[in-house]
Design a binder for this molecule. Structure first.
Ligand SMILES: NC(=O)c1ccc[n+]([C@@H]2O[C@H](COP(=O)([O-])OP(=O)(O)OC[C@H]3O[C@@H](n4cnc5c(N)ncnc54)[C@H](O)[C@@H]3O)[C@@H](O)[C@H]2O)c1
Length: 269
C-alpha cells in the first residue's frame, strides 16, 4: 500500500473538504490533500483557486495512487464511488455516515474492502462517546438513546415544519420520537449523528431518537445516553459551528481531521 502522507484525496469539494484542506495547510502538517474527485457536473469554477489536482472518475482517482481517500460528498458517492476505491486496495474514511443506514450498503462496502484488502473507517462526526458504546456493547447494552435539540428555525425544511408552527413555539417541543432507522430516513440532515450512534452501539432499530425544537436555545445540543452490563453513561455536547461555515459543526470537521491523522500514525493513542 502506498503510504505517502501527501497523497491524500477527497471525494467532493464542498464545505467539509475545503475546511480539511485549509486546516491541514494552516497547521503546516506533513499531511496534505493533493487531489479531489469531483466529476465535471459538480464543479462550479472556483476549484482551481485551491491548487489541487481535480479528478473526474473513480478510475482517475485510483490511477493517481492515493494513500488515503476521504469521502466528503454525500450518500450517492458512498454508493457509486467508495466500493471501487476499496476494491482497488485504497483505505477510505467515510464522512457521510448517514448513508450507512441504507439497506445493504454496509454489506457491499464490507465485501469491497475484503476483496481489496483495504479498510474503511467512519469519522465520529459531531458526537462523542462512541468509544464507550463500542466497548460497552461487548458485554451487552440494554438501552441507547440520543436526544438532539436545535433552535426551531433549524428544523425548517423537515417534516417538523408541516407538523408544527415552528415560529410560534414557546417551549422545548418534541418533534420526533422513534428509532434511529426512522430518524435517518425522515431527518436526513441529522442522519450522520444518529447513524454514528446506531453503528457504534445497538443498531438502527434499537437506538431511540428524540429530536426537539427549543426556542430558548441558540445552539445544537446532542445528548447520548446508554446503560448496560458496564454501568451507565451520559454525554452532552454543545457544538460550535465552523467559523467560516455555520452549517457544519466544528467538532465534525475536527473528527475527520483526527481520523486522517490517526491513519498515518504508527502508534494510535
Ligand atoms: N459525520 C458528520 O458529522 C458530518 C458532518 C458534516 C457533513 N457530513 C457529511 O459530509 C458530506 C459533505 O458535507 P459538506 O458540508 O461538505 O457538503 P457540501 O454540499 O458543502 O459539499 C459536498 C461536495 O460533494 C460534491 N458531490 C456531491 N455529489 C457528489 C458525487 N456523487 N461525487 C463527487 N462529488 C459529489 C458536491 O459538488 C460538493 O462539492 C455530506 O454527506 C454531509 O452529510 C458529515
Amino acid at each position: 500500500m502506498v503510504d505517502d502522507p501527501k497523497k491524500i484525496a477527497v471525494i467532493g469539494f464542498g464545505a467539509m473538504a475545503q475546511s480539511l484542506l485549509a486546516s491541514l495547510r494552516r497547521s503546516n502538517s506533513r499531511l496534505e490533500i493533493g487531489a479531489a474527485l469531483l466529476p465535471t457536473e459538480f464543479r462550479n469554477g472556483t476549484e482551481d483557486q485551491h491548487e489541487i489536482t481535480l479528478l473526474s472518475s473513480a478510475d482517475e482517482l485510483i490511477a493517481w495512487k492515493p494513500s488515503l481517500v476521504v469521502e466528503c460528498a454525500g450518500h450517492q458517492a458512498v454508493h457509486t464511488l467508495v466500493p471501487a476505491v476499496l476494491e482497488a486496495g485504497v483505505d477510505v474514511v467515510v464522512v457521510s455516515i448517514g448513508s450507512l443506514a441504507d439497506p445493504g450498503l454496509l454489506e457491499r462496502l464490507e465485501e469491497s474492502a475484503r476483496r481489496g484488502k483495504s479498510r474503511m473507517t467512519v469519522a465520529s462526526g459531531a458526537v462523542g462517546g462512541l468509544d464507550v458504546l463500542r466497548s460497552a456493547k461487548i458485554a451487552g447494552l440494554d438501552d441507547v438513546s440520543y436526544t438532539g435539540s436545535k433552535p426551531p428555525g433549524a428544523w425548517k425544511g423537515t417534516p417538523a415544519e408541516e407538523a408544527f408552527d415552528l415560529g410560534s413555539l414557546r417551549e422545548n417541543t418534541v418533534i420526533f420520537d422513534g428509532t434511529a432507522a426512522d430518524a435517518a430516513r425522515l431527518y436526513p440532515k441529522n442522519a450522520n449523528v444518529t447513524a454514528a450512534i446506531a453503528l457504534a452501539g445497538i443498531g438502527f432499530d434499537e437506538t431511540k431518537v428524540t429530536l426537539t425544537a427549543d426556542p430558548a436555545s441558540s445552539s445544537n445540543i446532542h445528548r447520548v445516553q446508554a446503560s448496560g452490563a458496564f454501568g451507565r453513561f451520559s454525554i452532552t455536547l454543545e457544538n460550535r459551528p465552523l467559523p467560516d461555515n455555520p452549517k457544519t459543526s466544528w467538532l465534525a470537521a475536527l473528527s475527520v481531521e483526527q481520523s486522517i491523522v490517526r491513519h498515518f500514525q504508527n502508534i494510535e493513542l
